[in-house]
Design a binder for this molecule. Structure first.
Ligand SMILES: Cc1cc2nc3c(=O)[nH]c(=O)nc-3n(C[C@H](O)[C@H](O)[C@H](O)COP(=O)(O)OP(=O)(O)OC[C@H]3O[C@@H](n4cnc5c(N)ncnc54)[C@H](O)[C@@H]3O)c2cc1C
Length: 450
């Protein structure tokens, strides 16, 4: 067959595929991306002094896989000084520095106060147990807890507190794009662990200029290794080579590779890769993704706003669950006019809005923003809606990823998988780590320079 040949073909240019590309950039490698841009769910748009954020925004710090790329590309990350777990509750905004003080400061009845403290303690227990399972070689208690957390829902773990207390956990749980009943206790542990880790949190930075800068800088540096508008439709192993069929400029063509790295979301990889063992294909088919409907909001105020010292706010009883203040890390020195916020709903709330017109989502978000912060009335500028039907992967109770992990340890396969679905709850660092590991395996299989 007279097909184009490469040592390694990477399918998908989100952060997982970019991490693999970065690792293999000195090899005979090509990255095929269906879209016309790199970055996938890392998405922002420049807007004057600020940027409008529509997808992932919290970046990990020094020593991470993502930082390996951002520093190598000359990009700057900036620290986030603002409060990360502010709460809009019962008509007021609370920005406590320590999350464990909320049971004492929120306007609750005595029984609600006790319930909030109790549920908080159970959630902290899940976080600690989940953190133990994340060690490289967890001992038997952690492994046992791991099984326990994987098989129970987060709802089972926290029980059913009074409605207003439950509302706080439901809104916070939507950060995993799912309902507490549907997400495993391990996913809940990962979610609350990430939020409550404070200064030690893995995800503590913004990328200066916005998260799209990573894909743009990668395109500038390694664009010669990337094919855009290249949608892969079929991947199969044949006679010791992997055949990759794609649609590009309206034409179908096939490339031959010694190794392929599938850095597409699980539901795409399931559709595209043929000949997988049944249990591995089953895992890919069963990974659950939940939706987000997000909005980038440019604000036009000329003076201070009540959220200036807040970065992340969980909102109860609103159309959105979360608000992020992307101007917060830039509020040093001379104050610039205006600002940039992002709001999103996750899980069922987002699902209800997926089919609404942009104007319908926009007016709900604008009304609710103004009800939480009346100072925003008359100060809302451009609003851009972004629907993420497959926003983030999470684990359902009882779901086992083990067949994929076993498959990933094999050295006799030509197709390697990566993406944020390798984690209990997807995030960019875990996606990048899985891309790095897939690249190391593919690199070792083709031999030569590491
Ligand atoms: C609203 C929102 C907020 C988030 N916030 C954070 C956060 O603050 N911090 C954090 O760490 N994470 C966050 N996340 C999660 C984070 O965005 C993801 O975990 C991460 O970006 C996933 O990267 P990926 O490479 O696995 O997948 P993707 O980014 O989805 O990349 C997959 C790529 O494959 C391409 N592709 C698909 N099909 C094909 C095909 N057939 N052929 C070729 N190419 C194809 C796609 O176009 C895409 O570029 C957020 C996600 C959302 C939606």
């Amino acid at each position: 067959m007279n097909a184009e040949n490469h040592d390694v073909v990477i399918v998908g240019g989100g952060v997982a595929g970019l991490s693999a590309l970065w690792q293999l950039r000195h090899r005979d490698v090509v990255l095929l991306e269906a879209d016309e841009r790199l970055g996938g769910r890392l998405m922002s748009l420049p807007r004057g002094d600020y940027w409008m954020n529509l997808g992932a925004h919290l970046f990990p710090g020094a020593g991470s896989h993502v930082e390996r790329m951002t520093s190598g590309l000359g990009l700057e990350t900036i620290g986030i000084p603002g409060a990360k777990f502010a709460l809009a509750f019962a008509g007021k905004v609370y920005a406590n520095k320590r999350v464990e003080t909320y049971p004492f400061t929120l306007p609750l009845s005595l029984s609600e106060r006790v319930a909030l403290a109790g549920v908080g303690l159970r959630a902290v227990g899940a976080v600690k147990a989940w953190q133990d399972t994340q060690r490289e070689q967890p001992g038997w208690p952690a492994r046992r807890f791991g099984g326990y957390l994987a098989n129970r829902s987060f709802r089972d773990l926290i029980g059913r507190p009074p409605a207003r207390v439950d509302g706080i956990f439901r809104a916070a749980g939507h950060r995993a794009a799912s309902e507490l009943e549907d997400q495993s206790a391990a996913t809940g542990g990962a979610l609350f662990g990430g939020v409550w880790a404070g200064r030690k949190s893995l995800l503590s930075y913004n990328l200066d200029g916005g998260s799209s800068r990573l894909g743009e800088a990668m395109a500038a540096e390694l664009g010669h290794l990337v094919r855009y508008g290249a949608t892969v439709t079929r991947v199969r192993e044949e006679d010791g080579r992997v055949l990759v069929t794609l649609r590009e400029n309206g034409e179908e063509r096939t490339l031959r590779a010694r190794q392929v790295i599938m850095a597409t979301p699980a539901y795409i990889s399931h559709r595209v890769v043929e000949g997988l063992p049944g249990d591995v294909a089953g895992v890919l088919a069963d990974v659950r993704y939940g939706p987000f409907v997000s909005a980038g909001v440019i604000t036009t105020e000329r003076g201070p706003m009540p959220y200036d010292r807040i970065y992340a706010l969980t909102a109860t009883d609103q159309s959105f669950d979360m608000m992020f203040n992307h101007a917060n890390p830039l509020r040093t020195g001379v104050r610039r006019p205006g600002g940039s916020l992002m709001v999103y709903a996750g899980g069922d709330g987002a699902r209800r809005m997926l089919d609404l017109e942009d104007s319908g989502v926009e007016s709900r978000y604008a009304d609710d923003l103004a009800s939480v912060f009346p100072q925003l009335r008359g100060n809302l500028g451009e609003i851009r809606i972004q629907r993420w039907e497959h926003g983030i992967p999470y684990r359902r109770p009882g779901f086992s990823f083990e067949p994929m992990l076993r498959y990933s340890r094999r050295t006799d396969v030509g197709v390697h998988f990566c993406g944020d679905y390798f984690a209990d709850l997807g995030n960019m660092e875990l996606a990048a780590a899985s891309g790095f590991r897939a690249a190391v395996r593919a690199g070792a299989a083709v031999g030569g320079r590491p």
